[in-house]
Ligand binder design. Structure first.
Ligand code: DAH
Length: 335
């Protein structure tokens, strides 16, 4: 009986050796290792043996079965890897798949462009907190608690004295508080207002600018902002300074550029005026200097604040501000 088992193993191994594809491997499995295969039949036959021979023969039969199973698995693996993983012919001249490349969000791109323009003019970039004290967001900018200007900005209050900043202007105060003049900074970042429609989102971006030194005039303000508009929208873009009011500047002006859609003729985007408002500005109000301890008899300066989404919409002709924050790749891929 033992010789028969050894002979069976020899045959099986020989046959396995000559197997060259998965089909003949399957045939091998059925013949030797299947339910009605030769190994199990041989094991059943062991029952016929006399009791004292059975353990030894049983042990051998089990060893043989394990050995065959192991070799069978090895063969299956080697055939499998040959068939599925390694192609018969590798074309090394095929061009590769282009990796999906990331890019910056259009708001980030426009924000960086604006910052670069002012950096080239010598402004330093500073960043400030989004959660801001009422004092910096309003009080020290000459907007006391009962001031009607607070109504223009629907504010998210964290507590009585803490808000989500509604503008980047508080950075004017924070910077002046920390250093003597001269100052020339821009401060980009997020701001928040309870507002949502085609031209408003509860979170949006602004860039604040501030320049204070001896002898700064409205002419410097006009020159700086004109240089900015020409670099941002092109040399031929007309602009105008329109008198306005902000509590922290006196006098104040809003800057309009010639409508980039109709080039000043009048269209839907500019409400037929030919002009588009892009920023607020003015000469820093002496009252603000009082809060930070600057001498308004010696120093003067200008400030401005511009909305990034608005500028990005004008630059790219986007009609709904909500597009920026929907994370629709079809929109974002265009920039
Ligand atoms: N902070 C103003 C706003 O959000 C914009 C602004 C106007 C900023 C005039 C200024 C400025 O620095 O001088 O509406």
């Amino acid at each position: 009986m033992l010789e028969k088992l050894i002979e069976l193993e020899k045959c099986a191994l020989q046959e396995l050796e000559s197997v060259e594809n998965l089909d003949s491997l399957e045939k091998f499995r059925v013949t030797y290792l299947g339910k009605k295969g030769m190994v199990l039949s041989a094991m059943k036959a062991l029952r016929e043996l006399p009791a004292q021979e059975r353990p030894k023969a049983g042990q051998l039969a089990n060893q043989i079965k394990d050995q065959l199973l192991k070799r069978f698995e090895e063969k299956r693996e080697s055939l499998g890897s040959k068939n599925s993983r390694a192609p018969a012919f590798l074309d090394v001249t095929l061009s590769g798949r282009e990796p999906a490349r990331g890019r910056f969000h259009p708001i980030t791109q426009v924000l960086e462009e604006i910052c670069h323009i002012f950096e080239r003019m010598g402004f330093r970039i500073v960043k400030g907190p989004n959660v801001e004290l009422d004092y910096y967001n309003f009080e020290a900018l000459n907007i006391p608690k009962d001031h009607p200007a607070r109504d223009m900005q629907d504010t998210f209050y964290i507590s009585d004295n803490v808000v989500l900043r509604t503008q980047t202007s508080p950075m004017q105060v924070r910077v002046m508080e920390n250093q003597p003049p001269p100052v020339s900074i821009i401060s980009p970042g997020k701001v928040y207002r309870r507002d949502s429609d085609v031209s408003h989102t509860p979170m949006f971006h602004q860039v604040e600018g501030l320049l204070v030194d001896k002898g700064i005039t409205l002419g410097d303000l006009k020159g700086t902002l004109t240089a900015f508009v020409h670099q941002m929208f092109g040399r031929d873009t007309g602009l105008r300074f329109r008198p306005s009011f902000f509590p922290f500047t006196e006098p104040s002006a809003e800057v309009d550029i010639q409508c980039v859609i109709c080039l000043g003729k009048g269209c839907r985007t500019c409400s037929n005026t030919g002009w588009l408002e892009i920023l607020g500005s003015g000469m820093v109000d002496p009252e603000v200097y009082r809060f930070v301890g600057y001498d308004s008899e010696i120093y003067s300066g200008f400030a401005f604040g511009l909305g990034i989404e608005r500028i990005a919409m004008l630059k790219y002709g986007i009609d709904d501000i909500q597009h920026f924050f929907k994370n629709d790749m079809r929109f974002l891929r265009q920039f």
